[in-house]
Design a protein around this ligand. Structure first.
Ligand code: HEC
Length: 154
């Protein structure tokens, strides 16, 4: 198979099958226009969170911990948040079908988290703050990639 976005699509279908559906811009108005797959029974009816979505929610929580650590200058808290992010992303990436571009985004994310943790351990507030900005950008970039992939596959 070419290194196309088909694999991401198949992941999307898998997630739909798991009951959550693939929706990055997950406002409820979208639910009504979600394309339904045939023959998957009741699972598609309830908008349950997929494992990947739950991991991502955990990521969001961990970034809050990092943010709190930054604003009160608690390096231990920043490092803890970074550790959580690492563990969560390892688990989340395991769920995702490997695809070249996705893996690239995932690797970039890990690099930034490592840098964040290092800056926290060395008690560098500015460095940690900058790493946190890059972290946010890497969340956004991967999400942008995932969305655009889905659009081109439709
Ligand atoms: C390597 C790619 C990648 C990175 C990096 C990434 N995400 Fe995600 N994220 C995804 C994918 C794929 C989904 C879509 C899951 C779905 O809807 O099935 C998602 C969905 C989400 C969601 C929505 C979950 C829901 O309930 O629908 C949140 C919140 C989220 N991510 C937070 C984050 C945060 C915060 C970061 C950075 C700290 C981050 N993500 C970094 C790939 C990524």
């Amino acid at each position: 198979m070419k290194l196309s976005s088909r694999r991401i699509l198949s992941l999307g279908l898998l997630l739909v099958a798991l009951g959550g559906g693939w929706r990055m811009a997950s406002d409820s108005s979208e639910a009504a226009t979600q394309p339904q797959l045939e023959g998957q029974g009741a699972a598609a009816a309830e908008p349950k969170k997929t494992p990947l979505q739950l991991f991502m929610r955990k990521k969001l929580e961990a970034t809050q911990k990092v943010m709190e650590g930054l604003v009160v200058e608690d390096y231990e808290m920043i490092a803890q948040g970074a550790k959580q992010l690492k563990a969560i992303s390892a688990a989340a990436d395991f769920v995702v079908v490997k695809e070249a571009m996705y893996t690239q985004h995932a690797d970039e994310f890990r690099r930034v988290v490592d840098r964040l943790e290092k800056q926290a351990k060395e008690k560098r507030l500015d460095g940690a703050a900058l790493a946190n900005m890059d972290l946010t950008l890497s969340c956004i970039e991967c999400h942008r990639f995932v969305r655009s992939t889905l659009i081109t596959n439709k």
